[in-house]
Design a binder for this molecule. Structure first.
Ligand code: PMP
Length: 388
């Protein structure tokens, strides 16, 4: 019997074999002509995937939290006002992070499952001189998606820089960074970008770089300082050797392959696929009689689904049974509701077969835990959307 369990958590995810093959190739020098070409091309491809033709991309060794930290370190000077729109754990992370750099932070926090109240954000911005606003496109702790286009517009209306945490959305949910006026969109490699963990990725606008250039103080975080990294990114794009800190050579090679695959699929097709998979998974969960954390399908993420455990079923019993049936899922993360729900990731290279096998494994687990439902009803509901 095949000893392979599907990894269906909201990152890291199942990766494409060609991406893993690139990762396993012999490591080359970070200044070899082949690698310079690969790095330069990956930067160019990022602009296309982010839909930010005049944006400045960065590829750094690190995780999504580092991408958040880099933005905070470079933008915040003591006393700057920041508005954090929080829809969960990762929104809250910005409050802590920006405060470290001396920001005066206001948080508009929603109940778990609710999306951002843009009218409240608008009122807050009208009442203060905010330098920046942060939003979490998909908060992985709640499965809630915010309206990223409206987020960009809000920033423009109030002259505030917009920082979008796209860790659980870039290359899965629709983002048009430049058209929507978003100043920074950051992510990590291990989610819908489709590369094993280890890269912090971000694209920032020229408007943001211009504000950054007017800093009065030196950037307090040595590694994060764009003064160090801008010449490196520019050199790779000009295809000339340069060095500040050693890049994750193999991961960058894998990134280049994955970005190529994303562009070959086509962004419109990719966003539509994720939207279809999101709908299919939510329909399956509903058919099995489970509620979900997002309070409306209109603001439910398409990259993950967050079902509540049914009455009488506990995560510590259900999740191991689902795993035995073939799929690794994640438990709850939001501290207020941690034991009440679980999370299913379905992004990046996930295909219809993976999703159906996962729904089948969930059915097997629920059945073993004594939850009453019609066996096969979840799979049928997902199929009617995937193939209907
Ligand atoms: N933001 C969001 C929305 C996330 O989902 C995560 C990771 N789950 C992070 C930030 C932090 O990323 P990392 O774990 O790669 O540091």
């Amino acid at each position: 019997m095949k000893d392979r369990t599907l990894l269906m958590i909201p990152g890291p995810i199942e990766f494409d074999p060609a991406v893993l093959q690139a990762l396993g190739a012999p490591t080359t020098s970070h200044v070899s002509p082949d690698f310079i070409e690969t790095f330069g091309r990956a930067l160019e491809r990022m602009r296309d995937v982010w839909c930010a033709p005049s944006g400045q991309p960065f590829i750094l060794v690190g995780s999504g939290t580092l991408a958040m930290d880099v933005v905070g370190a470079n933008l915040v000077e003591p006393g700057d006002r920041a508005l954090v729109l929080s829809t969960g754990v990762f929104g809250d992370r910005f409050e802590d992070l920006l405060s470290r750099y001396g920001a005066d932070v206001t948080v508009i926090r929603t109940e778990p499952g609710e999306t951002v109240d843009f009218e409240a954000a608008d009122r807050a911005l009208a009442g203060g001189d905010y330098k920046l606003i942060t939003g979490t496109h998909v908060d992985t702790s709640t499965g809630v998606r915010i309206d990223a286009e409206r987020f960009g517009t809000l920033g423009k209306q109030h002259g505030a820089l917009t920082i979008l945490d796209g860790v659980c959305s870039v290359a899965g949910e629709e983002i048009r960074q430049e058209a929507w006026g978003i100043d920074a969109v950051l992510t990590a490699s291990q989610k819908a970008i489709g590369v094993p963990p280890g890269l912090a990725l971000l694209v920032v606008s020229q408007n943001l770089l211009c504000r950054w250039g007017k800093r009065r103080t030196v950037v307090a975080n040595y590694y994060a300082d764009w003064t160090k990294w801008l010449p490196i990114m520019a050199s790779y794009e000009k295809r000339v050797p340069s060095y500040f800190g050693t890049p994750a050579v193999n991961l960058v090679c894998a990134l280049d392959v994955s970005l190529g695959q994303i562009l070959d699929e086509g962004l419109d097709e990719r966003f539509a696929r994720h939207e279809r998979f999101g709908r299919a998974c939510r329909a399956a969960i509903e058919a099995l009689g489970l509620d979900q954390i997002p309070t409306s399908a209109d603001h439910a993420a398409n990259t993950l689904t967050a079902p509540r455990y049914p009455e009488g079923v506990k995560g510590q019993d259900l999740l191991p049974k689902i795993r035995e049936a073939g799929a690794i899922l994640a438990g709850g993360l939001h501290p207020d509701i941690r034991t009440e729900y679980f999370r299913i990731g379905h992004m990046g290279a996930t295909n219809a077969g993976d999703l159906l096998a996962t729904v089948g494994a969930i059915e097997a687990g629920l059945h073993a835990c004594g939850h009453a439902f019609d066996l096969g009803s979840g799979v049928a509901a997902a199929q009617s959307i995937l193939f209907g």
